[in-house]
Design a protein around this ligand. Structure first.
Ligand code: HEM
Length: 183
């Protein structure tokens, strides 16, 4: 049964990796390549979200809840999977609402920021999964260099919480300012 999760996770991982490249190409590229990247991003994101749901559901069906939640590494794996899903869902909604305008100006940079964030989150999800399955990757050394040791860090440092709160506050203020200017 575990093979089902191992097989299904390839869908969100491959689609999100491609989506990260398409965002970069769609915002920073020129000509036909950029047009194709812009046109194909939303359908690809829809597929990636379906793939992610299948991966998440399989994770919950294949292993018992008690086992999943008992292990801090699996808890981190699940948390990162949900964060990745949230960021990519947000990106898909933005693209759906804004259409082509999402790729230009400041919206384009917001798209790149979200894509790099989502890319990092799914890479961490995958690397945690690899450690759980006994197949560690070199990517974890990069995360360790940033201060997150996969086998021992099972909390969010206070400075990270502070930065998250500040980013959230900044986004809310930017949104309010934008709405005022628009209305
Ligand atoms: C977007 C969602 C997810 C992605 C991309 C993902 C990715 C992965 C990857 C790449 C592996 C390693 C597979 C291998 O080496 O062949 C893995 C393993 C694992 N995943 Fe996930 N995962 C996701 C969601 C979940 C969820 C929601 C759960 C639990 C509820 C879960 C539980 C596990 C467990 C327990 C393993 C270890 C498997 C083993 O021991 O053989 N995953 N995952």
């Amino acid at each position: 049964m575990t093979g089902i999760h191992h097989m299904l996770v390839h869908f969100p991982i491959a689609f999100w990796a491609l989506a990260t490249l398409l965002v970069l190409l769609g915002v920073m590229g020129r000509g036909r390549a950029a047009d194709i990247a812009q046109a194909s991003l939303l359908p690809l994101l829809v597929l990636s979200l379906l793939g992610a749901l299948a991966a998440i559901v399989s994770g919950f069906l294949v292993w018992p809840w008690q086992a999943n939640l008992y292990s801090p590494m699996v808890r981190n794996h699940i948390l990162m999977a949900f964060w990745a899903l949230a960021v990519w869902s947000m990106l898909a909604v933005l693209l759906w609402r804004a259409g082509k305008a999402a790729f230009s100006g400041r919206q384009g940079w917001a798209l790149i920021f979200l894509a790099l964030l989502g890319g990092g989150l799914f890479a961490i999800t995958g690397t945690l999964g690899g450690h759980l399955a006994g197949a560690p990757t070199a990517f974890s050394q990069l995360i360790a260099a940033l201060g997150w040791k996969l086998y021992t860090t099972f909390y969010l440092p206070s400075w990270a919480l502070l930065i998250l709160a500040l980013v959230g506050l900044g986004c809310a203020l930017l949104g309010l300012a934008g709405r005022r200017r628009g209305g």
